[in-house]
Design a protein around this ligand. Structure first.
Ligand code: FES
Length: 154
């Protein structure tokens, strides 16, 4: 099944005279991240070293090398939210979810935690969003209550 998808992407790459960048964008669109198996399969098929694929993925922030969780939590890191305790909120969320400094997705695959730029609702700082829903006026305890309420939902 996945190999069929890889083959379809490779065919598109050849037909449209794609680049490593466009191939990686299509891969991420298909899987939500860049699977290691896909990189090595495509590297072998195209005679492009896997290191070149990984060079592109690490240069552009848009690429993810790990699967994303079911819900994406974005903690606003803008100036107003920073002043209103965004760092403490981030630390509390990461600690409560058991995330190490290297991990951004929970072991159960429920949440991916990211920092984000200003969400545009600075008057509600501190702010986070879960998927497309924004929550404001947060404290560390308030943020944990919201995440807890989302566990088992959706
Ligand atoms: S700084 Fe957080 S919403 Fe603007």
């Amino acid at each position: 099944m996945q190999k069929k998808t890889y083959q379809d992407l490779l065919l598109k790459y050849h037909q449209e005279k794609g680049t490593v960048l466009t191939l990686l964008q299509d891969l991420q669109q298909e899987f939500g991240y860049i699977p290691e198996a896909a990189v090595f399969w495509l590297a072998a098929q195209t005679n492009i070293p896997a290191s070149r694929f990984y060079g592109v993925t690490t240069y552009f922030k848009q690429f993810r090398l790990k699967p994303r969780g079911r819900h994406t939590v974005k903690i606003c890191g803008g100036a107003a939210c920073h002043v209103k305790g965004a760092v403490a909120i981030s630390k509390r969320i990461r600690a409560d979810l058991g995330l190490s400094a290297e991990d951004d997705t929970t072991a159960d695959g429920l949440f991916t935690i990211e920092s984000a730029g200003c969400a545009g609702v600075c008057n509600e700082a501190a702010v986070l969003s879960i998927d497309d829903q924004i929550y404001g006026g947060l404290t560390p305890d308030g943020a944990i209550k919201i995440l807890t309420s989302r566990q088992g939902v959706g």
